[in-house]
Design a protein around this ligand. Structure first.
Ligand code: UT7
Length: 328
């Protein structure tokens, strides 16, 4: 039996670290409010010269090195992002492929917001198990700062930039495989999180300029996210007959410490099991899960064969969870 294996993980964090206190200078907000309501202390913003594809390239290059494969071994590149370099084309996956020297291989982007990395895992697993492709490079990369309204205190303090990448390869060893991935969406909640597109016709509504930036119904998203994530995580554990105590690392999407705590407490995970990086990086959308996984990896705690549980919730709305044995 052929399984898909998460062979390597890597991330890239841009240089500029932005503390909460920077927002106090321009907005009616405080470090205390941000930390208390979100857990966030800092986030990193890319420079004007760095685009999403540059961040993704750095993470992808390191993931390739760690996998032991060459760029020429990669059969498919898929990127999840809500902040692509270009509006419609070329895709960020094409740009990263070019930077890596990968030619004549398929490359495309997906648009599933913060659930992006789990959707990528689902695609990679399906492509490998159906014998369509062998070695797949998946990348969650975001320059969220490029789509933030820095006058909106309800969103701009929450997000950060960064990228995470993984190489997915075939294996016959179930104990090093991606066991199960669950993805879902409900477009009825499309107005909870969205980025309006400014066109000539829609640029002004009743004299108001519509910023081409993330808008969010924060509190509604919070409540729906907690409810959805708890039931989704319970379902994937039950379906695979795995107890929370058997999971080595629970790596949730890093949107808000209160969401992570609510899900973690409901599932009775210990603090050693739950991976939290939101305090450092903020919400890096599709990059948040692979960045968090890389932090555990680089800390030396993540060992080959460890069982990892992932969950995410984001704009669309989309959500998903995954159970995998680390294959590195
Ligand atoms: O990654 C994709 C999924 N995203 C999420 O899951 C994010 C989900 N949402 C959240 O994390 C939280 O809802 C927020 C952190 C965005 C907001 O926290 P909240 O506890 O839900 O606050 P709220 O939206 O109910 O706002 C409470 C108050 C409001 O003031 P009034 O109306 O009570 O006077 C806000 O205007 O807090 C105010 N507020 C702020 N105050 C200081 C909102 N943002 C700020 C801020 N600083 N930055």
């Amino acid at each position: 039996m052929k399984y898909a294996c998460l062979k390597s993980i890597a991330s890239y964090v841009p240089k500029r670290c932005v503390k909460n206190s920077e927002f106090e200078k321009t907005l009616d907000t405080t470090d205390e409010w941000i930390q208390k309501r979100t857990g966030i202390q800092t986030r990193y913003f890319a420079s004007d010269e760095e685009n999403t594809s540059d961040l993704g390239f750095q993470a992808a290059k390191l993931a390739l090195d760690r996998s032991g494969l060459q760029a020429s071994d990669i059969d498919l590149v898929i990127v999840a992002t809500l902040s692509p370099d270009y509006l419609n084309m070329p895709s960020t996956a094409c740009l990263i492929s070019a930077k890596l020297g990968i030619r004549n291989k398929p490359a495309f982007d997906i648009s599933t917001a913060c659930s992006g990395f789990i959707y990528l895992l689902s695609l990679a697993k399906a492509f490998i198990e159906s014998n369509t492709y062998n070695n797949i490079l998946i990348i969650g990369a975001e320059k969220v700062s490029s789509v933030l309204d820095f006058t909106d205190r309800g969103t701009c303090v929450l997000f950060g930039d960064g990228a995470g990448a993984a190489v997915i390869t075939p294996t016959t060893d179930k104990n090093h495989s991606i066991l199960d991935v669950h993805i879902s969406a409900d477009g009825a909640y499309n107005d909870f999180l969205f980025t309006p597109r400014v066109t000539k016709k829609s640029e002004f509504i009743q004299g108001q300029s519509i910023p081409q930036c993330i808008q969010m119904k924060g509190n509604e998203t919070f409540k729906l996210g907690v409810k959805t994530l708890i039931s989704d995580v319970e379902e994937i554990l039950q379906k695979n007959e795995i107890l929370p105590s058997q999971v080595d690392f629970f790596i949730p999407h890093q949107a808000n410490l209160r969401i992570i705590s609510a899900v973690g407490e409901q599932l009775k995970f210990s603090s050693e099991q739950v991976v939290i990086t939101v305090q450092k990086y903020g919400n890096t959308s599709a990059a948040s899960i692979p960045m968090a996984m890389n932090d555990v990896y680089e800390s030396g705690r993540l060992k080959s064969g460890n069982l990892i549980l992932l969950d995410a919730f984001g704009g669309g709305v989309t959500w998903g969870s995954a159970l995998l044995y680390f294959g590195g």
